[in-house]
Design a protein around this ligand. Structure first.
Ligand code: NAD
Length: 499
């Protein structure tokens, strides 16, 4: 029987919730060593939410020690592949079984519509754990070519202790992108979720242990970036940091790795992705893709299509269609309203930053077509309506900076060469798209746009089989797909001589 997801139902889930805010170390909850806590303010209504442990280096030390002990003991990495697979599949099932609760935890932290948290975030988190669980008993090692008197095994071995540092925009999904391959490869993990969105991570760890993952294989330490993330990235006993977040902090992470033990680093960073529309394109399809590509998750998406590079002859027509799609389909409502398609921004400070960037852009001469204003302030929450600026040039701040809010910059062009030049004129290289009916041109563009993912006549389509990540200052290393396992492993050669 399908559930009736009404506003009342979600209010009852919320009132029954008692979020756990302590660290999860060595299979159990633990208060911060300092005893300190902090309160998360809920973006949907500005009210105080959960109380969380305010971690510091002492808590990171405890979590890393637990992860190291689990790794060295071999309790996980040496387990039969089939057994490991069963545990990860059970974990994925438990995530699905606790979907409503996890969705609510994500919504009170992030402010996104609870139906989206359930239908997208919980689903993709479970699918991610399942994808890598299913790989465990299908990974083979190699035998290298040698002469007859030798046998050389090329083994893929786990690295050891992985520090995962994740952002607040898709917490559960991005956690799964790291936890799935890292744990499937046999590593232990210490996860430092963003201070804005730790609740789902703690619950994921509880469910992992319930599924049979040995204590210490997956630990969570909550707290601020400087106080918890930094000691994790500087830790001498962490073998790798898998980071998703801003380019600014990504650069710091590289520095911490260099200053400490030359640990490996994988970085998924920011973006300012171009969506190029030619006059021969299906403009209805392009409008739908441009609106959802930029405004989904209130624009708090690393690969959001924030630069609309549109052939001048169709700019006005396309913007009118984008406005129509936005007004009719992308409902901005209270996140517990089942009809909401987008909700609040992550916090007051971030909303004010987005509004300040909009104001600065207008001062530079950006012309507002619609939206991009604070709305629903009577709720106490932090809402900004989706908006578009037109007739932009690519040197304007709204076209260059990652705003991380629902703001689209439309930049007109005249020739194909110009469109490509504008598309690639950015420090980022996470994603891009081209809309045209000319398949030769679509092919040329997909080859020449310098980005980790390029879509043709669509936006933001993906599945777990496809790698995701960036070029240029959008980072390096790939999440998702079978290839993601590689970054959590290294090759070990075992040479045996006979005779
Ligand atoms: P952020 O860089 O501020 O924070 C990310 C994480 O790093 C958080 O857990 C934070 O606590 C931690 N952190 C902050 N300072 C730190 C320090 N000095 N040392 C160690 N850790 C530190 O990013 P955010 O605001 O949480 O997320 C938004 C950013 O993330 C955007 O730039 C967005 O593009 C990017 N992002 C990228 C991807 C991707 O896959 N490429 C996905 C989602 C988000």
């Amino acid at each position: 029987m399908t559930k009736n997801y009404t506003r009342d139902y979600w209010e009852s889930v919320l009132s029954g919730l008692k979020p756990e805010g302590r660290h999860f170390i060595d299979g159990a909850h633990r208060a911060a060593a300092s005893g300190e806590t902090f309160i998360r303010i809920r973006p949907m209504d500005g009210k105080p939410g959960a109380e969380l442990a305010r971690g510091n280096a002492a808590d990171v030390d405890a979590a890393v020690a637990s992860a190291r002990a689990a790794f060295e003991s071999g309790i996980w990495r040496k387990k039969e592949p089939l057994e490991k697979k069963k545990i990860m599949l059970k974990w994925a099932d438990l995530i699905r079984a606790h979907g409503d609760e996890l969705a609510m935890l994500e919504t009170i932290d992030v402010g996104k519509p609870v139906m989206a948290s359930l239908g997208v975030d919980v689903r993709l988190c479970a699918d991610g754990i399942q994808f890598y669980g299913e790989m465990i008993d299908k990974m083979y090692d190699e035998i290298a070519p040698t002469g007859p008197n030798a046998r050389a095994l090329v083994r893929k071995v786990p690295l050891g202790v992985i520090g995962a540092i994740t952002p607040w925009n898709y917490p559960m999904i991005i956690d799964a992108w790291k936890l799935g391959p890292a744990i499937a490869a046999g590593n232990s993990v210490v996860l430092k979720p963003a201070e804005q969105s730790s609740l789902s991570a703690i619950r994921l760890a509880e469910l992992a242990v319930e599924a049979g993952l040995p204590a210490g294989v997956f630990n969570v330490v909550t707290g601020y970036g400087e106080e918890t993330g930094k000691p994790l990235a500087l830790h001498m006993d962490v073998d790798m940091i898998a980071f998703t977040g801003s380019t600014e902090v990504g650069k710091l992470i590289m520095g911490y790795a260099a200053q400490s033990n030359v640990k490996r680093v994988a970085l998924e960073l920011g973006g300012k992705s171009p969506l190029v529309v030619f006059e021969d394109a299906d403009l209805d399809a392009a409008a739908v893709a441009a609106a959802w590509g930029c405004f989904y998750n209130s624009g708090e998406t690393c690969h959001a299509s924030t630069r609309l590079i549109v052939q001048r002859s169709v700019q006005d027509k396309l913007i009118a269609k984008i406005e129509a799609v936005t007004r009719s389909d992308i409902a901005l409502k209270h996140p517990l309203d089942p009809a909401a398609q987008i909700g609040a921004l992550i916090e007051e400070e971030h909303m004010n930053k987005v509004l300040a960037m909009i104001a600065a852009g207008e001062k530079e001469g950006a012309r507002r077509a619609f939206g991009a204003e604070r709305v629903m302030s009577e709720t106490g929450g932090y809402y900004v309506s989706p908006g578009v600026f037109v007739d932009m040039t690519n040197d304007m701040s709204l076209a260059r900076q990652e705003i991380f809010g629902p703001v689209l910059a439309a930049i007109p062009f005249d020739t194909e060469e110009e469109a490509l030049k504008i598309a690639n004129d950015t420090i980022y290289g996470l994603a891009g798209a081209v809309f045209t009916r000319d398949m030769d041109r679509a092919h040329r563009f997909s080859e020449e746009i310098h980005a980790g993912t390029v879509w043709i006549n669509t936006y933001d389509m993906s599945n777990f089989a496809t790698p995701f990540g960036g070029f240029k200052q959008s980072g390096f290393g790939r999440d998702r797909s079978v290839h993601a396992i590689d970054k959590y492993c290294d090759y070990k050669t075992i040479w045996q001589q006979f005779g």
